[in-house]
Design a binder for this molecule. Structure first.
Ligand code: SF4
Length: 322
């Protein structure tokens, strides 16, 4: 299947089945920290980049396997790019609602919420997680490198408006890059926008995985804690999380889970698909596929690395497969 992946263990959502609406990256941003790679189609145009019926056929195939569907906590509509740019987005959400019987989450860069049609379609989702990395034009341009058709003031008005119309869970994600959007002026401008929105959570992130541009560096935890405290003070009860890695399993749990699993050939294909979508550590892969520990994952993947099918890259103190 080209458009369905997982379920994978998501830090935020549990066992998440991914639905990717594109075959190559379509986005109206080209963020310096992007894990997907450079934007192939930098566009604000909504279009059927992949036939809607092709995606729906894959969803139906997956959902017919009731045993596999049982392992899914949430269906996450995402994309190699911005999913709301797919013209069949609303149709696909409606179909998922009918056949999957699971909560639907949507990850969006939040830039299309000025469009009343997109806001209406998103009402079909149970959780919407839009991003906003800066409320200042210069930082927004440096971090997210938008297409010329985007206007930051319109994006912010769309986000604020959607937050008051939407009835589901709304989590705003902000990704901070060292030296670019973490200064006092940026934090004050973001606090101003958060103060105008109806939100369930704010999630603070930084460059945790290998970025598109090597100059995109992570912000240290102390600064993220300071910013979190600042946002919590905006409104009593506002939940502000720092996104962190999921807890590791004990060696014993890993061993039990991995018995006999590592040699399934379809596992290897699924692992390759997973690291094609985003860089992953051996521990990430083990959490999803229960191979029997990060060391076993490394052994399993070494022939693929030697054959050049996947490669390894260091980011901070971790090694990522991609
Ligand atoms: S991080 Fe998301 S919004 Fe930014 S370029 Fe990548 S896919 Fe697009």
């Amino acid at each position: 299947m080209k458009h369905i992946f997982g379920p994978v263990n998501s830090r935020r959502l549990g066992r998440s089945l991914g639905v990717d609406l594109f075959s190559e990256k379509v986005c109206n941003l080209n963020c310096i920290y992007c894990e997907v790679g450079p934007t192939v189609h930098l566009s604000c145009q909504r279009a059927e980049y992949v036939p809607t019926r092709e995606i729906i056929a894959e969803i139906d195939t997956f959902c017919r396997d009731r045993q596999r569907l049982q392992t899914v906590d949430v269906v996450t509509v995402t994309a190699s790019g911005e999913p709301t740019l797919h013209a069949g987005f609303g149709t696909i959400l409606a179909h998922l609602g009918e056949v999957a019987g699971r909560p639907i989450a949507v990850l969006t860069n939040g830039t299309t919420l000025g469009d009343a049609v997109v806001r209406q379609e998103l009402q079909l989702a149970d959780i919407v997680i839009p991003s906003l990395d800066s409320a200042l034009a210069e930082s927004f341009r440096k971090v997210d490198r938008p297409a010329a058709c985007l206007d930051l003031a319109e994006i912010i008005e769309g986000l604020v408006r959607f937050s008051h119309e939407y009835r589901g869970q709304l989590w705003l994600e902000i990704l901070f890059v060292r030296g670019l959007n973490e200064g006092e002026e940026d934090v004050a401008a973001l606090a101003g926008v958060i103060g105008r929105m109806r939100l369930d959570r704010v999630q603070l992130n930084t460059v945790a995985r290998p970025p598109l541009e090597s100059f995109a560096r992570p912000v240290d935890q102390r600064r993220l804690q300071e910013i979190a405290a600042r946002f919590r003070a905006i409104r009593p009860g506002l939940v502000v999380d720092l996104l962190a890695d999921a807890p590791r399993q004990s060696k014993e749990q890993q061993q039990q889970a991995g018995d006999g699993q590592e040699n399934r050939p379809d596992r290897l294909v699924e692992i390759v698909h997973m690291v094609q979508r985003r860089p992953c550590t051996a521990a990430d892969i083990n959490r999803t596929f229960q191979i029997g520990g990060p060391e076993k994952v490394e052994q399993l993947l070494e022939p693929l690395v030697r054959a050049g099918r996947i490669s390894k890259r260091r980011h901070g103190d971790r090694i990522y497969y991609h």
